[in-house]
Design a protein around this ligand. Structure first.
Ligand SMILES: Nc1ncnc2c1ncn2[C@@H]1O[C@H](COP(=O)(O)OP(=O)(O)OP(=O)(O)O)[C@@H](O)[C@H]1O
Ligand SMILES: [Mg+2]
Length: 412
């Protein structure tokens, strides 16, 4: 293989898109709608100074992908994105040969190829003559670059987002190592491409598996988590959701309470934003447990999580609310709503002591069920709040996290 350097050998540091200071990062990102905390801003600042990729790990919806998008906006660089998935190989990450085009050319050149091998005395000689020409078919003309090679060959500096790298197999991680360490990509038939301009590389991971030490070592590593209440409120404000500020405060507080629960999927920043927008569209002027319960499906995506959420919402909105225990709420004789979800059929927290049991005279239990079917029972709220006793949001609520930062509270 020839060790060529198709790109310019000199690494440019592009002066106008590096950051002056950590504060400069914070300010410029804020101008573009991304509120970076000090740790994140420091990491981005160091990236621009140390020419190292950044690896962001953390739960879904905490702004990992958005950071790369905002970095591109802030620096005016084009964004190239490699979305990783299981079973992905280098042909979708680095490059592949454009087989269709190669085939088309061989068809069109059939006559010429015939001339080349026409007077060959043996098959071996024909093959030798054709292989003498094959470099034509493995030239840049037939190269189909994918995002990693694109980033290296780009004539302008870019931001390269390698998103959800933990979804890809370890083999792809190995492919990334050369790029991350040397900012170069080797194509055996052509040589090594080195970046003319160092890309800002951002890798994200949702921690579904451990990434290799080799990959981590090459990156500035940062674990992102949910923001504190004040920052989350700032984010909601910056998204101009239309929800009045006092309600947004309470909402942030409620979402933080939900994150304290053992939910299968905790609500993320993006879900808080969605919830705020939903409530604004519905014209909410106060946050009642009932209104939150009606819209909780915006943020809670599993039935088991929804049940748990509906149980604790009254308490989250008003810590003084009395919430009947789940036995009471799930017993069929006390206003159980049949719209209540039962996805996993694990009724360990439900009481079915008074379930209509079939008897000899009423084997299907029809009469017994009918006797319980009082008018209006389907209207009764199933959120643990009796009608007329719905807790109202108090002015002082929502200030718990804001006043006592870091003091997380278990709602139940
Ligand atoms: N610091 C922040 N400033 C402003 N908006 C933010 C911030 N963090 C998150 N967001 C908002 O949350 C949304 C979701 O963020 P993003 O898609 O980047 O999450 P993610 O961490 O990549 O999640 P996933 O792992 O599911 O891909 C963004 O579109 C943005 O609106
Ligand atoms: Mg993402």
């Amino acid at each position: 293989m020839t060790e060529t350097t198709p790109g310019d050998d000199v690494f440019d540091s592009v002066g106008n898109d590096i950051f002056d200071s950590v504060e400069d990062v914070v300010t410029r990102f804020t101008e573009h709608g991304y509120l970076a905390d000090q740790r994140l801003a420091t990491t981005v600042f160091l990236q621009s100074r140390l020419d190292k990729p950044v690896l962001l790990e953390g739960p879904a919806g905490v702004g990992k992908t958005q950071l790369a998008k905002s970095l591109a906006e802030v620096t005016g660089r084009p964004l190239l994105r490699l979305q990783c998935y299981e079973g992905q190989d280098e042909s979708t990450a680095l490059y592949e040969w454009d087989y269709g085009k190669q085939l088309l050319y061989t068809q069109l050149l059939r006559e010429k190829i015939g001339q080349i091998v026409g007077d060959a005395s043996s098959i071996e000689e024909s093959v030798d003559r054709i292989s003498a020409e094959d470099s034509v078919f493995f030239s840049e003309r037939f190269l189909a670059p994918r995002p990693l090679l694109d980033a290296v060959r780009s004539d302008v500096p870019v931001v390269l987002l390698i998103d959800e790298v933990d979804r890809a197999d370890e083999a792809l991680e190995a492919v990334l190592l050369e790029l991350l360490a040397e900012y170069q990509v080797s194509v055996p038939e052509l040589g090594t491409y080195r970046a003319k301009h160092l890309p800002y590389v951002v890798l994200t991971s949702n921690n579904t598996r451990d990434l290799s030490a080799a990959l981590k070592r090459r990156c500035l590593h940062l674990s992102l988590d949910y923001p504190d209440a004040e920052r989350e409120l700032d984010i909601i404000r910056s998204k101009q959701t239309g929800l009045p500020d006092a309600l947004a405060r309470t909402l942030v507080e409620v979402v933080r309470g939900l994150r304290d629960l053992d939910l299968r999927k905790a609500p993320s920043i993006s879900e808080t934003i969605d919830w705020a927008r939903t409530l604004a569209v519905l014209g909410a002027t106060e946050l009642t447990a009932e209104l939150l319960a009606q819209t909780a499906n915006v943020v809670v995506k599993y039935d088991r999580d929804l049940r748990r959420t509906l149980e604790v919402l009254p308490k989250l909105v008003d810590p003084n609310a009395t919430v009947p225990d789940s036995r009471e709420r799930h017993s069929h004789g006390h206003g159980h709503s049949h719209s209540h979800p039962h996805d996993d059929h694990t009724h360990d927290d439900h009481s079915h002591d008074d379930d209509p049991a079939p008897s000899a005279s009423d084997p299907a239990g029809i009469e017994k069920r009918a006797s319980k079917d009082e008018p209006g029972r389907h209207d009764a709220p199933n959120y643990g709040i009796a009608a007329g006793q719905r807790p109202q949001v108090k002015r002082s609520q929502g200030e718990r996290s804001f006043n006592t930062r870091g003091a997380r509270r278990r709602p139940v």
